[in-house]
Design a protein around this ligand. Structure first.
Ligand SMILES: [Zn+2]
Length: 235
């Protein structure tokens, strides 16, 4: 009953729903993008969701990080996410990790999951996740948002291109930028869609191309990108 409206889609069906219920997805970052990704993956019936974030919920997070609420201010975001996802769907397993993903623990997380969704707020973590994606051969969905804009693309190892092909120099994105809250909703939703498509092998993926969204112009644009022949991460 819960997934009826999803099961009646011919491309998904009971078999697709069972596949989702048997899938393990790790969400890195329980912020603006992670909130949307986590809610939709939980409601869609991804059977096993890990959510990792080292931060605690602050008042200034709530305008875009809708996975949290006022009652959870001061609580680790991973725990807040666990509580609210359980309220939405108690049939699935949610594993909270109030931890920072790092070189030391990345293998332990990647080996346990089928796919990773990258929703961190910094360049360093995206680089780490990209490398791990190729090392452990796990698909990675990457998204980023800033002010009125957002971008999404998929990384499907062992075939490039990868994040390193695009951004081989450190990006200056560690400074907190403004974000129009619903832009996180648009980009996070597309990330959840890509995740489900990869798990079910459906449709065309954002592999080798990036989807760019401009909220002011209310336009989407697709930019193709090739593998950087000198990239040491992908093939
Ligand atoms: Zn590459």
């Amino acid at each position: 009953m819960r997934y009826h409206r999803q099961i009646i889609i011919p491309e998904i069906g009971k078999r697709g729903q069972d596949k989702l219920l048997g899938s393990k997805v790790l969400i890195v970052g329980a912020g603006g993008l992670g909130s949307i990704v986590a809610f939709y993956l939980a409601s869609s019936g991804i059977g096993y969701i890990g959510i990792i974030d080292p931060d605690i919920v602050e008042l200034s997070n709530l305008h875009r990080q809708i996975l949290h609420n006022e009652e959870h201010i001061g609580m680790p975001k991973a725990i807040s996410a666990f509580i609210n996802l359980r309220k939405l769907n108690s049939d699935i397993k949610v594993l909270p990790y109030p931890d920072e993903i790092s070189k030391k623990n990345v293998s332990q997380y990647f080996t346990h999951y089928d796919l990773v969704v990258a929703c961190p707020d910094n360049f360093k973590t995206r680089v780490l996740l990209n490398e791990a994606s190729f090392k452990f051969l796990k698909p990675l969905v990457i998204g980023a948002i800033s002010e009125f804009e957002g971008q999404v693309f998929d990384i499907i190892p062992p075939k490039g291109p990868c994040y390193n092909c695009l951004f081989d120099e450190a990006q200056d994105d560690d400074i907190a930028k403004g974000i129009l809250a619903p832009v996180a909703g648009v980009i996070g939703s597309i990330m959840a869609i890509e995740t489900i498509k990869i798990l079910l092998n459906l449709g065309d993926l954002l592999h080798g191309k990036m989807l760019l969204y401009d909220a002011l112009k209310e336009k989407f644009r697709e930019v193709k990108f090739l593998r950087n022949t000198s990239c040491k991460i992908c093939k």
